[in-house]
Design a protein around this ligand. Structure first.
Ligand SMILES: [Zn+2]
Ligand SMILES: [Zn+2]
Length: 216
């Protein structure tokens, strides 16, 4: 949902060029000088897909931050794995032997998207709240069989926090791909790959801004 104007007018496609002045900022908007960026990209070693994949997920790892408005005051340690779907009122209802099916892709070697059984403690979680603030903020949403307006609000608030969190994770990984995905490729391929990534980064930032605004 975008409510405040037409953001896509602000979108600027990249203007890939074969030659730049060596000390100019690169056309890919990495913020690096051209001589250290796309001047040499074609001659860099192309990383094998499994390596790229695992690096991608290492980049994606964030320690987590507490989204509570009072944070970091009173925070109890680092952010925990908070559930996006309530454990007692949601996940337990559909779990079998404490497990639910997840579409989370966790096998870079086979690159499969098969559904896997995972324990409900790690299902649909994100590191968005510390234990203390998670408990006091979402207590009302845990009340079983008593859907209140407050519970509905809290669940949608948490969903918004989840989206912000995911976009926070996605941005560095997209930037990582921008610096690595087109290594060893021809100029035309670089241009195409960078154009896609540029659009992805733009929309990710836009979504991040919108959700941050909605959350407040
Ligand atoms: Zn570049
Ligand atoms: Zn906290």
């Amino acid at each position: 949902m975008y409510v405040s104007g037409s953001p896509f007018r602000e979108y600027k496609p990249l203007q890939p060029v074969r030659e730049m002045r060596r000390n100019e900022f690169c056309w890919c908007t990495s913020g690096k000088k051209w001589k250290r960026c796309h001047a040499i990209r074609e001659h860099q070693v192309q990383l094998p897909l499994p390596v790229l994949h695992s690096k991608f997920y290492n980049e994606a790892k964030v320690t987590g931050i507490c989204f509570h408005p009072d944070a970091p005051e009173k925070c109890s340690g680092g952010a925990i794995r908070a559930h996006t779907i309530q454990k007692r009122t949601g996940l337990l209802e559909i779990a079998e032997n404490g497990h639910v099916l997840s579409g989370r892709n966790s096998n870079p070697r086979t690159n499969t998207d098969d559904l896997q059984l995972i324990g409900i403690n790690s299902a649909s979680t994100f590191r968005g709240f510390c234990s203390f603030h998670d408990t006091i903020t979402f207590r009302a949403a845990e009340i079983i069989n008593n859907p209140t307006k407050l519970a509905a609000f809290l669940l949608s608030y948490r969903a918004s926090c989840y989206e912000i969190y995911m976009k926070q994770v996605a941005l560095p990984t997209l930037r990582f791909l921008r610096d690595n995905l087109d290594a060893g490729r021809s100029f035309d391929e670089q241009a195409e790959i960078q154009q896609e990534l540029n659009a992805a980064i733009f929309s990710m930032k836009l979504g991040f801004g919108e959700h941050s605004r909605l959350k407040v």
